[in-house]
Design a protein around this ligand. Structure first.
Ligand code: ATP
Ligand code: MG
Ligand code: MG
Length: 370
């Protein structure tokens, strides 16, 4: 959570607000950026905006990141307006332009800020409490991809290089095993063997993208439930937020990460792996929601990949945890010895659970494809 340490009057002066700042305060439960909610007076009316300072230790190229966000949100907004959507301003984030006409502004200390209109009468949830929320969130991520599906022009800037390049992820793991800098490989021989038996599966989607068998799309890459605003009244997923990782990639990455993060009842670092399972009713909800919007643009090949996608993204995450363990826990924060190994094992368990249920998962995708 954000400390109240920034001068919002200065921030407000950088943007073309056409309204007067009344007051602002730190807001939300984000872990990455500094988020503020600020009240403005616009001709006697109170309006809220979100000001966000980008985390400079995380994002090395904040201006390029914001150019991605500006392009994607402009495109989405224009498309919604063209379609005659009466709620266009609520269905996508939009960047308030800086006084220089940019989707971001740089403050006197060199930090990059963005300003979004506050999405009213909706909120984010940190934990999933119903399958309806799952349906709603998955539908919203499908809508997001749909809005981006015909974004023209140059490819988006690759904010995090090779983020979902599972081929490279496996390669990184193999190098970590070969180097074995902390002499830990001997303790995880079984896990290493398990991953090495799945190297080929790891390259499936990357190879298909490279061969042009499936299209490169605009993808969100952080498809957690708490990155979707759900309507306070209807519960509908109205708008996807947190676009920092929006890049080009395969549509199935976004879907697969939903399966990885939403279907198991166990925590990512649960020690009792018997608690880790891919719950079919949650998968059902994800497919139902996602395909209700994504059927409009997905190719048959992409649709066929959906059951595999959850497995792929779980494999990917597992390779990252195991490689980090072997490299001495340098990337993921650990709170106990072997924390990254516990995390590796939950990913293995989830992949195995998916494998056992693959037939039923394929049948569900079929069912919602028509
Ligand atoms: P993390 O990566 O940890 O999820 P973050 O630092 O990237 O967080 P965001 O997810 O972008 O931050 O935003 C933090 C919170 O602020 C969101 O969970 C949401 O509740 C709120 N928020 C962000 N943008 C808006 C908006 N336009 N309208 C209303 N609320 C918003
Ligand atoms: Mg977020
Ligand atoms: Mg974020």
């Amino acid at each position: 959570p954000t400390e109240n340490k920034h001068d919002l009057t200065h921030v407000a002066s950088l943007f073309d607000m056409r309204a007067d700042l009344v007051h602002g305060h730190p807001y939300g439960s984000g872990h990455i950026n500094d988020t503020y909610c600020a009240y403005y007076d616009q001709a006697g009316q109170r309006i809220r905006y979100i000001h966000q300072r980008l985390a400079e230790n995380v994002f090395k190229e904040p201006v390029k990141l914001m150019e991605n966000v500006g392009r994607v949100t402009d495109h989405a907004f224009n498309k919604l307006v063209e379609e005659g959507n009466p709620e266009a301003h609520r269905r996508t984030l939009t960047c308030i332009k800086s006084t220089e006409g940019k989707p971001y502004a740089v403050d006197k200390d060199g930090s990059v800020w963005r300003t979004y209109p506050f999405i009213e009468r909706a909120r984010t949830y940190d934990t999933i409490t119903s399958t309806d929320q799952c349906v709603a969130a998955a539908k919203a991520f499908g809508e997001f991809q749909k809005l981006g599906a015909d974004l023209g022009g140059e490819p988006l800037f690759e904010t995090i290089p090779n983020f979902h390049n599972t081929k490279v992820r496996f390669q990184t793991l193999i190098e970590a095993i070969e180097k074995d800098e902390h002499n830990r490989a001997k303790d995880v021989a079984k896990e290493i063997e398990w991953f090495m038996a799945r190297v080929d599966e790891g390259s499936k989607v990357v190879d298909m993208l490279e061969a042009g068998e499936i299209p490169v799309r605009v993808t969100h890459n952080d498809t957690k439930l708490n990155n979707v605003m759900l309507d306070d009244v209807t519960g509908e997923g109205i708008c996807v937020i947190d676009l920092d990782t929006t890049m080009n990639g395969s549509a199935v990455y976004d879907f697969g990460d939903m399966v990885r993060t939403a279907t198991s009842p166990a925590a990512e670092d649960e020690k009792d792996v018997s608690k880790v399972t891919m719950r079919m009713h949650m998968f059902d909800a994800l497919v139902k929601g996602y395909l209700s919007s994504a059927n409009a643009f997905l190719t048959d090949k992409e649709r066929e990949l959906l059951p595999f996608a959850g497995k792929l993204l779980t494999l990917e995450c597992g390779t990252r945890f195991l490689a980090d363990y072997l490299m001495g826990d340098v990337y993921f924060k650990i709170h106990r010895d072997g924390h990254n190994i516990d995390r590796t094992r939950t990913q293995i368990a989830l992949v195995e659970s998916i494998d056992q249920q693959m037939g039923e998962m394929e049948a569900l995708v079929q069912k919602y494809s028509v």
